[in-house]
Design a protein around this ligand. Sequence first.
Ligand code: ASP
Length: 296
Amino acid sequence: MKPSLVVHGGAWDIPDEAAEACATGCKKALAAGWWVLAAGGHALDAVAAAIVVLEDDPVFDAGYGSHLNFDGHVECDAMVMDGQTLRAGAAAVLRHVKNPIRAARAILEHCPHMMLVGEGAEHFARENGVKLCKAEELVSEAEWDAWMKCKKDKHTATHHRGHEQGTVGAVAMDSEGRLFAATSTGGTCCKLPGRVGDSPLIGCGCYADAQAGGVSCTGYGEAIMKVVMAKSAVDFLQAAEAMAAAKKSVELLAARTTGTGGLILLDREGTPGWAFNTPRMAYGYVKDGELIAAVE
Ligand code: ASP
């Protein structure tokens, strides 16, 4: 089986001055994931490697540099799903995990449950070898400044530099045909404490079924949840080609909600697809061994 990898760094109105950093971030994530896949490694290791790079990059809304919530704290959500077993590991409302994808992975691999939140999720992560950090270590200067402006004035996208930060995602298929999808986010800026968006919800922000394909979504979580967008995309993949299925999913989002968003996917053969109805999306994929990243 030919390995395949697709990543995204969020669908929003990424401003011109941030476009290069977002594309570069996606390329670095592709490189980390592709290094695993090209060496015959496991798709789970590939999505985890790609997501860690994106989480560590403050230009994205995941891990370090996530948007702050209404109270000025970072609260992260993440999920990873195995297309063979349909098992997921999901974690939400994490305040002390530098790489939330590692907590999600620990749940996937070691937990009898598929989703843990808050202190319980952090405790489980620590017990399973995931390093915790101080809450302040997740706060970037740019996001602190944006939050201060919102506090003094009111919450607006302009204080967040046009929402340049976006949720991150990756979908990988390895040479054994194993398919994994993953999504990680700091959620929406100035969200209420405890708010959980689509990203860690199975079928909403992420889904993988080796019989059809794997998906990671980004955009307005409350809208994406309404149409269970990731699972809808996988259902579209039963009959449509990768690009067409991605497009249909965004059309569904537009037809049934007022929110905007985007998604990346791989079909069961590893063919990448993507679509968005936000002004822009940062994404990347591998074509014949070449790493291609773009902000469109
Ligand atoms: N979907 C994410 C959420 O609502 C945000 C994003 O994609 O940027 O939490």
